[in-house]
Design a protein around this ligand. Structure first.
Ligand code: SAM
Length: 321
């Protein structure tokens, strides 16, 4: 089915009752209800066109207008799923002109979707100013979550996933990049970076400078696509595999910097905090997990804290021990 596209200066649309709000998966066609008047932030695939949710398709079909970075890119998706909602280009170069038009459409009670070329809008992509302006103007904002390279890379990396930091693109200049890497070392979290294939080798070299060659890393390339690869190992090993500029899109997942040594005062504080809403044994297990400390010793310490504070100042959880 051919898709219609809106001229960037004309936000008019066919009357709601006559507009085609259908989408197709394979040979099966579906009717979508009109989308709620709001700014809908819709995630689209990061390579494999199958990675889109049914709700995202319904939303794209049900909206009055889809704001996208590049109409040629989004049209491929629209054609694949038989979507005919008008498209309007919205990117950093026309944001000041097109942003107000999109807000005006919202003011008129229209349902406007925003998508990016790939993945989740606002994630190293345009959209946050529009969302901010929509919120400011009192419009409802509805995310329709889906693919993003951050999570696809993280879950395939095999590195700790309990605490993560998304650091976007590093600065292109070496001195600024090194400074940023040093700054990020202070955060004990697995850090996810987007990177261009051209700069990958230089960035890995800087990571070696900041963290040493034995630090663990994973370079995820071409996620969800035919030549998807995960290169895992130490920075020294992985850098050796990317001496030449690779093809495709890249995410770097860097293991957390060494956690700060936990001292006795930290442990005491963690136990006191845990005892606010946990029984003694659960508090001890929780702190043992966080610090790697001995569970029995922590249990004794937690029990002593609880007893010393009998009367309820330390905890309010029912005691089970
Ligand atoms: N909004 C997107 C998202 O949610 O992932 C990111 C857009 S950002 C402009 C593009 C960067 O995302 C690429 O340079 C690359 O670092 C990463 N990326 C996007 N798709 C990818 C893929 N299929 N494989 C690996 N990295 C990808």
């Amino acid at each position: 089915m051919a898709s219609k596209s809106a001229d960037a200066h004309d936000l008019s649309r066919p009357k709601a009752e006559t507009r085609d709000r259908r989408f197709a998966i394979g040979v099966t066609s579906f009717n979508a209800p009109a989308a709620e008047p709001a700014l809908h932030i819709v995630s689209t695939p990061i390579g494999n066109l199958g990675d889109i949710t049914v709700r995202a398709l319904e939303t794209l079909a049900g909206c009055d207008l889809v704001a996208c970075e590049d109409t040629r890119v989004t049209r491929v998706l629209m054609e694949r799923y038989g979507l005919s909602t008008p498209l309007i280009a919205y990117h950093e170069h026309n944001a000041t002109k097109t942003g107000p038009k999109l807000l005006a459409a919202l003011d008129e009670g229209k349902a406007v979707a925003i998508v990016s070329d790939a993945g989740t809008p606002l994630i190293s992509d345009p959209g946050y100013r529009l969302v901010g302006a929509a919120v400011e103007a009192g419009h409802k904002v509805i995310p329709t979550p889906g693919a993003s390279a951050i999570l696809a890379a993280l879950v395939g990396a095999g590195l700790p996933s309990d605490t993560i930091l998304f650091a976007g693109f590093l600065p292109p200049k070496k001195s600024a990049r090194l400074a940023r890497l040093e700054e990020l070392k202070g955060v004990s979290a697995t850090t996810v970076f987007y990177e261009s294939p051209r700069r990958l080798s230089a960035t890995l070299a800087d990571m070696i400078e900041a963290h040493g060659p034995d630090h663990q890393v994973c370079v995820a390339r071409e996620l969800t696509k035919r030549f998807e690869t995960f290169e895992r190992g130490t920075l020294g090993e992985v850098a050796g595999r990317f001496a030449e500029t690779p093809k495709g899109e890249i995410v770097i997942v860097l293991a957390p910097a060494q956690a700060r040594e936990v001292d006795a005062a930290d442990v005491e504080e963690m136990l006191r905090e845990a005892l606010f809403d946990m029984p003694v044994s659960a508090a001890a297990a929780h702190v043992a997990k966080r610090t790697g400390g001995d569970r029995k010793a922590l249990y004794k310490q937690a029990l002593a804290i609880r007893k010393a504070s009998e009367g309820g100042e330390t905890g309010n959880a029912g005691e089970e021990d």
